[in-house]
Design a protein around this ligand. Structure first.
Ligand code: FMN
Length: 335
């Protein structure tokens, strides 16, 4: 009942995925202290904090299924807050091996270099540099809600400059665990395009600068929400009085929960098959974190059956709170 991603030990292989319910120091402490989470993922941070506006950035739940729609961007708290909070929680739990996955985002390689440098400084301060590590990084390349900034991973070749920065860091520290958060894809060529860009930074490639024999990317998190969805106010759990017809002020938003479960399962299965059958050994080591419509123990089991090494959820955490992990863990294989 555990999974290893590089030096991260995730036991049980169940956790939250990045969301506003993993935003504050208190949220993160509660998730960390829950005995049924094997790791904790933070809300996505930018270097300086995202300007959140409660009139625009909202979430609504469907009245008839465990489905959400949201218009959030990223965390209003800058990366430095997560560094402080993660450092504090791990410092207070020095005997625990439960890791944090710090979710970050940027489109610029220079900024990514700065952010990864800050996270590496935290790891050094925690003496987190050996075969066992308690801090990993997830680079969110797939938020569908940022006006004028389509998710980079819908055009995988745009990821290459960021992947080159990750390669530099992993070349200097092979225990640095870095993954990328991907959107739901809807066509088989899209999976192949992602695999091709990952293969282009594989250590077996002559042009690759890495000294390490491992792939710079340790995991793929599949999937983020499905963008451009629409729910009507009348379909929501808590319809707003005197509101527009729509569940969100932005009208369109990212859908999560039960409604995207089959698509997320399909993405998890497609990526695990392509990775595991890849001709390059380093590609076969990349694992998949399965996210999307995990709202019941049966859904956890389906994610594992589809190939996920670790299973995570957001919508059902928002609906039911941290206590939901005690129920979900019953679906973990071998529990
Ligand atoms: C309200 C809300 C906010 C989210 N914010 C983030 C985020 O900041 N970063 C991120 O990588 N994913 C974010 N997600 C996506 C989730 O991590 C997850 O990938 C997606 O919702 C599918 O999982 P689910 O079906 O369990 O909700 C968010 C999801 C929701 C519902």
């Amino acid at each position: 009942m555990s999974a290893s991603i590089g030096g991260l030990l995730i036991r049980p292989p169940l956790m939250n995925s990045s969301s506003p319910w993993a935003s504050s120091h208190e949220d993160l402490s509660n998730l960390y202290e829950c005995p049924f989470t094997g790791a904790v993922t933070t809300r996505t941070a930018t270097l300086s904090g995202f300007q959140e506006d409660a009139a625009i950035h909202q979430v609504a739940f469907h009245s008839e299924s465990a489905t959400s729609i949201n218009s959030y961007g990223y965390s209003p708290h800058p990366l430095s807050s997560y560094i402080r909070w993660v450092g504090d929680i791990l410092g207070r739990n020095a005997d625990s091996r439960k890791p944090f996955i710090i979710s970050i985002t940027t489109n610029a390689s220079s900024e990514l270099r700065e952010m990864l440098g800050i996270i590496q400084a935290l790891r050094r301060s925690l003496s987190d540099g050996t075969s066992s590590t308690r801090v990993g990084v997830e680079i969110n390349t797939s938020c569908p809600n940022i006006t004028g900034q389509p998710p980079m991973s819908y055009e995988p070749t745009r990821l290459r400059p960021l992947l080159d920065v990750i390669t530099e860091f992993v070349a200097q520290d092979e225990f640095f665990v870095v993954g990328i958060k991907l959107p739901p894809y809807v066509h088989s060529n899209q999976f192949v395009d992602v695999i091709d860009v990952l293969s282009s930074i594989s250590p077996s490639r002559a042009e690759s600068a890495t000294r390490s024999s491992r792939h710079p990317i340790a995991f793929l998190t599949c999937t983020n929400t499905l963008g451009s969805c629409l729910l009507f106010n009348s379909q929501t759990l808590d319809p707003k009085a005197n509101s527009s017809d729509f569940a969100l002020p932005t009208i369109w938003g990212g859908m999560g929960g039960e409604s995207i479960h089959p698509l997320s399962l399909g993405n998890v299965r497609a990526f695990t098959q392509l990775l595991q059958s890849h001709s390059e050994e380093a590609m076969r080591d990349i694992v998949v974190i399965g996210v999307g419509g995990v709202t019941s123990p049966a859904a956890v089991a389906r994610m594992q059956e589809a190939g996920a090494s670790v299973v995570a959820c957001a919508t059902i955490l928002g609906r039911k709170g941290v206590g939901v992990f005690e129920e979900l863990v019953k679906g973990v294989k071998g529990s």
